[in-house]
Write a protein that binds this ligand. Structure first.
Ligand SMILES: C[S@@+](CC[C@H](N)C(=O)[O-])C[C@H]1O[C@@H](n2cnc3c(N)ncnc32)[C@H](O)[C@@H]1O
Length: 368
């Protein structure tokens, strides 16, 4: 059976021609009536995917320690805005705030700002964070200016990407059109891309290769950089991704924790793409912020969490746990940090005001 959003997209394409992958992704995830995030809470075992904060409280606690440490390095500005982009169920922020409850002055100084488009998830966040009087915003641009600490976990991977296909000469843009039976299918609009990194015009790149660009993500990273140039602050961005430019089709759809075809039932499956950390860092730097590590790198999630003390936290939690709980804590620790689990696929960059040295976990000697 064709869903409501699929019918809308088919009609739009029949009338106006193929749409970009970014337009398809933006509607599939964020259509005001039928978008995936607008209509549901997709997280957890009964949903479509699980994120690091939902695996263990230790993840949000480490982020909390990072945030409080940055606040102290900044000279403890008061008030300051604590921003989370895409807070999901509010679990990360609730754990971060519990872990920082004893940092003198931190809670009194913070104004909590949640950037979230999903009404269903805003409700979950309200329940998780009711003691902190959050304000919600549709976009970062609406959050008041001033000293800022920001965190974004698995937010940038949910933003729409454009995809480009290597043709025998140059690049074309991958589009979503209709096949002979009127079903959604991928097509290519040839010619005139000009937006990709110059290295991707190397004639040795074989026809059919895919390159990706996330204009919305680059725009938000630039906005963060501009804010950090104007006011003291720091931002932590964690996601799965790579340090580009790179070749590869990373767009994927998940339903009930299983991969499904990307065009299958728009609005009913999660769509994500790997994040190009180099592109985000460059955008923030060009806007006046500073990126750690500099020069296009990123820190592995496992190394970051280890530098922040996750192993000691696991030991402390296990000391008060039943044998079953202790085994669960060990499993979660491995899941978050082991190289063959989330430890290296997930990476982080820190963006700061220009005067701030590398935050915890990002000093060159701590970077592998
Ligand atoms: C993959 S979930 C991650 C949730 C949470 N950060 C976590 O780690 O559990 C993506 C989050 O970003 C939100 N989101 C997606 N696109 C957004 C957009 N364009 N603006 C604001 N929030 C968005 C979703 O509603 C959801 O809260």
């Amino acid at each position: 059976m064709t869903g409501a959003l699929e019918s809308l997209l088919v009609r739009r394409i029949a009338l106006g021609g193929p749409i970009s992958v970014a337009t398809f992704m933006a509607d599939a995830l964020g259509h005001p009536d039928h978008g995936y995030y607008i209509t549901r809470d997709p997280l957890g075992r009964t949903g479509d995917f699980t994120t690091a904060p939902e695996i263990s409280q230790m993840f949000g606690e480490m982020v909390g320690i990072w945030l409080a440490d940055c606040w102290l390095r900044l000279g403890a500005p008061s008030p300051f805005t604590l921003v989370e982009l895409g807070p999901g169920r509010g679990t990360l922020m609730a754990d971060a705030l519990r872990a920082t409850a004893r940092v003198p002055g931190f809670h009194a100084a913070l104004r909590l700002a949640l950037v979230e488009t999903s009404p269903a998830l805003r409700q979950r966040q309200a329940a998780a964070l009711h003691g902190f009087s959050p304000n919600w915003y549709d976009r970062l641009g609406d959050v008041p200016d001033g000293p800022m600490l920001l965190v974004a976990n698995e937010f940038f991977d949910a933003l729409p990407i454009r995809q480009f296909i290597r043709l025998p000469r140059g690049w074309g843009e991958r589009m979503v059109g209709l096949d002979d039976s009127g079903k959604l299918t991928f097509t290519v609009a040839p010619g005139g891309v000009g937006l990709l990194d110059p290295s991707l015009y190397d004639p040795r790149i074989a026809p059919g290769a895919v390159a990706e660009l996330c204009p919305v993500g680059i725009g938000i990273a630039g906005e963060i950089g501009a804010r950090l140039a104007a006011h003291p602050g720091a931002a932590l961005i964690i996601d799965y991704g790579y340090c580009g430019p790179a070749i590869g089709d990373t767009l994927q759809a998940l339903r009930a924790h299983k991969p499904v075809p990307v065009l299958d039932g728009p609005g009913t499956a999660d769509l994500t793409a790997h994040v190009d950390f180099t592109a985000l860092g460059r955008a923030a730097t060009e806007a006046g912020g500073r990126c750690h590590p500099a020069a296009g790198g990123a820190v592995n999630q496992g190394d970051l969490l280890t530098a922040l003390g996750i192993a000691a936290r696991a030991t402390a939690l296990k000391a008060r746990a039943t044998p079953k709980q202790a085994a669960d804590i060990e499993t979660a620790l491995a899941r978050l940090t082991a190289p063959d689990q989330m430890g290296t696929l997930f990476k982080a960059i820190a963006l700061t005001s220009p005067g701030l040295d590398a935050p915890a976990g990002f000093a060159p000697r701590e970077t592998p």
